[in-house]
Ligand binder design. Structure first.
Ligand SMILES: *Cc1c(COP(=O)(O)O)cnc(C)c1O
Length: 220
């Protein structure tokens, strides 16, 4: 079997064995983050039946996925990287989910562009959970304002919250905060956990793990 497929299967088995001990009600999906990897690394996963994939750049996603999505219609492509407003027009065409909504300006642009093509993209609000000046994501203090604007003014389909925690030893604290905020605002989905912390993320109810290198290998 293709080694990329066996990597995915191993991770799934690991997650299932943990999930049974924790919360039966939560289903955890894996987004295979294929950024920097070419189509021939992606096809084996699609043929195996995997449907959720992630990219962090609009141009790269268009180059790779326009063709793939013509052949396979049931795939979900997730935008997990920072999204500039001038790229939204293209992003709404190729992506089914956007995980990085972090401002009213961006939300308005998504609303405008997806209406033009009559598409309804599922959105996550990205929280700057570690309050890092260099990172994107909405600050906690502005989260509810952004959420209620998206929901009530624009009627966008906001399904959950996303974070990329700081690279420090407090990951568990950030994940637990995310879980509390998700519960308080009544979201269904939580997008958190990457190759090196996905087991911790499912402990705190993550429903979308974004896993790249542990599936595809190291990126250069
Ligand atoms: C690249 C990336 C991932 C996957 O990272 P790995 O450590 O390779 O699993 C997850 N989320 C975001 C936002 C990314 O940019």
């Amino acid at each position: 079997m293709d080694h990329i497929v066996s990597n995915l299967i191993r991770i799934k088995e690991e997650i299932n064995s943990k999930n049974s001990k924790i919360d039966q009600g939560i289903s955890t999906k894996i987004i295979a983050v294929s950024k920097t990897f070419p189509e021939n690394k992606i096809y084996p996963l699609i043929e195996y039946g995997h449907i959720d994939f992630g990219e962090n750049k609009v141009q790269e996603a268009m180059d790779k996925w326009t063709k793939i999505k013509e052949k396979f219609e049931n795939l979900n492509l997730h935008m997990i990287g920072k999204l500039q407003t001038n790229k939204v027009k293209h992003a709404v065409k190729i992506f089914d989910y956007i995980h990085s909504v972090d401002s009213i300006k961006l939300a308005k642009k998504i609303f405008e562009e997806q209406n033009k093509i009559k598409k309804n993209i599922k959105l996550f609000l990205q929280i700057n959970i570690g309050d890092e000046s260099q990172k994107s994501g909405v600050e906690l203090d502005n989260l509810e304002k952004l959420y209620f604007f998206c929901k009530n003014e624009l009627r966008l389909d906001v399904v959950g919250l996303m974070c990329i925690p700081p690279n420090d030893e407090k990951t568990e604290k950030y994940f637990s905060e995310m879980f509390e905020i998700k519960k308080r605002l009544g979201f269904k989905e939580l997008s958190m956990g990457m190759s090196n912390d996905y087991l911790l993320a499912i402990k705190y109810g993550s429903t979308y793990l974004r896993i790249g290198s542990k599936i595809f290998g190291v990126r250069n």
